[in-house]
Design a protein around this ligand. Structure first.
Ligand code: ZN
Length: 203
């Protein structure tokens, strides 16, 4: 399986990192080796001194498809949750400056945390759905699904023109504003609406 991640999909987050808004979905991949094993803490790699959390809505693909039209996109998704797209921001800045791909900063082992608990996507009011992240009990990110620049149907239509979506693939849909660094012993807590979805320790 693969993980497709959307970058700069919330205007206030693109702004906080000094990026222009994309005109079409910007995406990159994480390999399956990036998935943080269930129950494990997140270990900060030794080659970075600035790993950021990015809380994101994550959707699971349940049907094989290519060239999926927008109006059929939701047939390819049945469950969603939240996850963290861990990013070595210092390394990413160096790569961006050199015009190089982001994999070292975004696709390393453990960089894809996905909560264990999945929710049913059918019937959800996406205009009302909120999600967020607390670090050590303080809110650091609070997002609204309706603030996505490119909604999930547009993302699926766009990405599936380039790569086949397969059963079990995951789509990270971008992070709202408020990204910041993690330190050893931090505890990250993720929410969808008022519901606590995960606790994750940092080492
Ligand atoms: Zn992200």
């Amino acid at each position: 399986m693969k993980i497709v991640c959307i970058g700069r999909n919330y205007a206030d987050h693109a702004k906080e990192l000094g990026n222009d808004l994309p005109k079409e979905p910007l995406f990159f991949n994480k390999p399956d080796s990036a998935i943080l094993a269930k129950g494990n803490p997140f270990f900060i790699p030794e080659w970075t001194s600035d790993v950021h959390y990015e809380i994101e809505l994550v959707f699971k693909v349940n049907r094989l498809g290519k060239y999926i039209q927008k109006e059929h996109a939701w047939k390819y998704i049945s469950e969603f949750t939240v996850g963290i797209d861990f990013t070595a921001r210092d390394v990413q800045e160096q790569l961006k400056t050199k015009g190089q791909p982001w994999e070292k900063a975004k696709s390393f082992d453990g960089s894809a945390f996905i909560a264990d608990q999945w929710l049913t996507a059918e019937g959800v009011d996406w205009d009302a759905l909120t999600f967020g992240l607390q670090k050590n009990g303080e809110w650091v990110q609070q997002g609204k699904a309706k603030d996505m620049i490119f909604k999930l149907d547009t993302i699926i239509e766009h990405v599936s023109q380039y790569m086949t979506l397969k059963i079990g693939d995951l789509i990270f849909t971008g992070t709202p504003e408020g990204v910041g660094p993690v330190s050893p012993n931090d505890v990250l807590t993720g929410y969808i609406n008022d519901q606590k979805i995960f606790d994750l320790k940092v080492k």
